[in-house]
Ligand binder design. Structure first.
Ligand code: 2AM
Length: 195
């Protein structure tokens, strides 16, 4: 994905809420059946997450401070649920497929983490509303010099009811995004259990 690579010595960071293993496994099985259109690049099961705060590219000294701050956070488990896939952007050709993940607890957690990062001078919010979601696939570009997303003929079907039951997210992780052949890998730099 564009912009995933390291910029000089800087690292691309984000804080995420991890999904329980059972949910990731369910989404992997659903994705194997539904994210099959050749235009789709499914997100690997181990990389599925809800982005809590996107931090962009950061210098090494800042990365250390962010690791310390995130490692010292505490919060209760966040109740959330997943909804059927939607496409973004809404009015143009789909560039990604995501599962909305409505969760007041995760929204509270987002505001709390943002506040702590801002207080520490480690983050400037972009002013956009927080929208909890799980990106399950991105769409390849049409190719031949065009960056427009390719058309998706076989759109993913709905989630099974089992995957729409509420569940608790139990971990918060600071990730570094590293571009590798075959897609970005997310390397955990700090992790806290929500308890
Ligand atoms: P997405 O799931 O909506 O694509 C790592 O790239 C994570 O950071 C992804 O989950 C991605 O969210 C999120 N991300 C990437 N660029 C972002 C941006 N400019 N603003 C907010 N989140 C971003």
């Amino acid at each position: 994905m564009a912009g995933e690579e390291r910029c000089g010595s800087r690292q691309r960071l984000f804080v995420a809420v991890d999904l329980p293993d059972g949910i990731r496994e369910g989404l992997r099985a659903w994705g194997e059946a539904e994210l099959v259109d050749p235009a789709l690049k499914p997100v690997r099961a181990e990389s599925l997450h809800v982005t809590l705060v996107f931090l962009g590219h950061r210098e090494t000294a800042e990365v250390e401070e962010i690791v310390d701050l995130v490692g010292g956070l505490s919060a209760p488990p966040a109740l959330m649920k997943l909804e059927d896939p939607i496409t973004l952007p809404r009015r143009r050709r789909a560039a990604l497929f995501a599962l909305p993940a409505p969760s007041p607890a995760t929204t509270d957690l987002h505001h709390g983490v943002v506040e702590k990062l801002v207080e520490a001078g480690l983050h400037e919010p972009d002013g956009r509303d927080f929208w909890p979601h799980v990106t399950v696939a991105r769409v390849r570009s049409e190719g031949r010099g065009s960056r427009r997303p390719a058309g998706v003929a076989r759109r993913p079907g709905d989630l099974p009811e089992r995957l729409k039951e509420p569940f608790y997210a139990v971990r918060l992780t600071l990730y570094r995004s590293v571009l590798q052949p075959g897609g970005s890998r997310y390397v955990p730099l700090a992790q806290v259990e929500l308890s």
